[in-house]
Design a protein around this ligand. Structure first.
Ligand code: SF4
Length: 356
């Protein structure tokens, strides 16, 4: 191993704070011993801080309408070739009941930025799902007003997932026309003030992204002190302006995940569906590089093919039982157990569920 790499890895192993330069050094780990040592350390840090449990977060994708036009996403409003849907309230409740039967402790209510739903309606949806079982509720519906976030929180939402996507402000606005990184960070701060467990995250391999940007992504996640961070590869969608761009690199994604684990020892990090799409055993590999969460899709099978942020999404041809079975067996494959309960952040004030 190169001397500089060994020095930074030792610094990380001793729990010292890493600079941007240190993070770049780790992200540039060479194939072979350097990568292996980085992944092993991330796995050890995960084990020491969060144990062996893998938390499952069951996702219900209730609408694929979106007002935005993000260059990397198949749900963008300019894509006229997808069939749009909104799931009925009854179907959402049914999916939640099924999640309860399967033992899920968290339901993620996810949609595009669909302003068809008012803040009140979203709050209602949250209340109804809460009545089904003792779930933690994560909401992932993008940019909304502070008042809407407050309504959702008061209705019982525990967590909110709002990825920052890239810490480069210019790239952010280029990829997400009409929006800004500053606005997104403002919202992440609102969510924090309102008492949500906050999730964010970024893509790896966006065209125009550098390894320095990736280091800034990780430092931003640290600055935001997030309870969850989703780090997954960019995957091109054939009905978007980025259709001819190459997908993010699997190894670089795993390195970003591993470094994130070193910088954020107690943060929940998913083995993303995107990494499972890029490689058949991508999620198993990610679980050995610092990840401790999986987010199985519990949406009714009929809608899955229509929720394609990127194509060939892992699990899009299954129903909820098949997804659950496959995820359960892949967790066993890596010698870990599925957690019981809600899997809240281990931070002291969130341990027994956040106070409202
Ligand atoms: S990434 Fe989100 S906000 Fe952007 S187009 Fe897709 S669903 Fe809409």
């Amino acid at each position: 191993m190169r001397q500089q790499f060994t020095q930074v890895l030792t610094k990380a192993a001793n729990g010292n704070e890493l600079t941007k330069e240190d993070i770049v050094t780790l992200l540039q780990a060479l194939p072979g011993e350097e990568e292996e040592q980085l992944f092993q350390l991330a796995d050890r840090v995960r084990q020491e801080n969060l144990g062996d449990a893998v938390h499952l977060r069951g996702i219900i994708e209730f609408s694929n309408y979106c007002r935005n036009d993000c260059h990397y996403c198949g749900l963008r409003r300019s894509n006229k070739d997808i069939k749009r849907y909104r799931i009925s309230q009854e179907e959402i409740i049914e999916a939640a009941r099924h999640a309860a039967e399967l033992g899920y402790g968290t339901i993620v209510l996810q949609a595009g930025e669909d302003l068809h739903y008012s803040g009140e309606q979203l709050a209602d949806m949250i209340r109804q799902v809460k009545e089904v079982g003792d779930f933690a509720i994560t909401v992932c519906v993008g940019d909304r007003s502070r008042e809407d976030y407050e309504l959702m929180r008061k209705a019982g939402a525990d967590r909110y997932l709002l990825k920052h996507e890239t810490a480069d402000p210019e790239l952010y606005t280029k990829m997400r026309p009409g929006t800004s990184l500053e606005e997104r960070i403002k919202r992440l701060n609102w969510l924090r003030e309102l008492g949500f467990q906050v999730g964010s995250g970024n893509m790896v391999g966006l065209p125009g992204q550098t390894v320095e940007t990736l280091a800034e992504d990780i430092l931003l996640l640290k600055e935001l002190d997030v309870e969850m961070a989703g780090i997954g590869p960019f995957i091109p969608h054939h009905q978007t302006p980025l259709k001819d761009s190459p997908a993010g690199d699997l190894k670089l994604t795993l390195k970003a995940l591993a470094v994130a684990r070193l910088v954020l020892p107690k943060t929940h990090l998913p083995a993303t569906t995107a990494v499972g799409t890029l490689h058949p055993t991508g999620r198993q590999i990610a679980l050995n590089c610092g990840a401790n969460v999986i987010m199985p899709n519990l949406s009714p099978a009929v809608y899955r093919e229509m929720y394609q942020i990127y194509p060939e999404k892992a699990g899009s041809k299954e129903d909820a039982d098949e997804s659950h079975e496959r995820i359960t067996s892949l967790v066993k494959e890596v010698g870990r157990q599925i957690s019981t309960g809600r899997g809240d952040s281990p931070k002291e004030h969130f341990k027994n569920g956040p106070a409202l």
